[in-house]
Design a protein around this ligand. Structure first.
Ligand SMILES: Cc1cc2nc3c(=O)[nH]c(=O)nc-3n(C[C@H](O)[C@H](O)[C@H](O)COP(=O)(O)O)c2cc1C
Length: 154
């Protein structure tokens, strides 16, 4: 089965985008997936119905996801997503490990109960506001992708 994956992300400086791409590369190591990467402003929420897995990624901006990502999650809440799988990821500078991820997960639990989060979110550290990604964290993106692909198979 060729799984279809949509990654909806925002990325001011490109680091969160790189995380998204590396997750997909990891997935492809396990099983070939058909992936599209899109910014929320270019996604019609009903579009996600065409995909098996919905990944949502955001840089940490002031202790949480971006406004665009929050709005996107709220829009997902208005469509029937029963049975769809999802997972979230963030990038952060320091001290805020997991914070945007936790907030996205909480928002999804509250507003998009039909979306089943199949793993706890991935949080990736950057060295400065503009990056780059901390060396030790890059393999975590690939491993996260592999884990997701394995879960899609089961
Ligand atoms: C407006 C703004 C607010 C930010 N606030 C935080 C913050 O509260 N905590 C944190 O760890 N990083 C913070 N950062 C750093 C971002 O997390 C970092 O720029 C981001 O991970 C880089 O990802 P990107 O290249 O995809 O934009 C902030 C960055 C911006 C631009």
């Amino acid at each position: 089965m060729l799984a279809k994956v949509i990654v909806v992300y925002e990325s001011k400086y490109g680091n969160t985008k790189r995380v998204a791409e590396t997750i997909i590369a990891g997935m492809n190591e396990i099983e070939e997936v058909e992936a599209v990467l899109k910014e929320p402003k270019h996604v019609d929420p009903t579009e996600v119905l065409d995909y098996d897995l919905i990944l949502i990624g955001s840089p940490n901006h002031v202790g949480g996801p971006t406004r665009g990502v929050k709005k996107f999650i709220d829009k997902l809440g208005k469509i029937e997503l029963e049975g769809k799988m999802g997972a979230v990821f963030d990038t952060y500078l320091g001290g805020d490990f997991n914070k945007a991820v936790r907030k996205m997960e909480k928002r999804i639990d509250e507003k998009v109960p039909g979306l089943k989060l199949i793993t706890s979110g991935l949080s990736i550290r950057v060295k400065g506001f503009t990056g780059p990604i901390v060396e030790d964290d890059l393999p975590k993106c690939r491993d996260f992708g592999k884990k997701l692909a394995n879960q899609l198979k089961t």
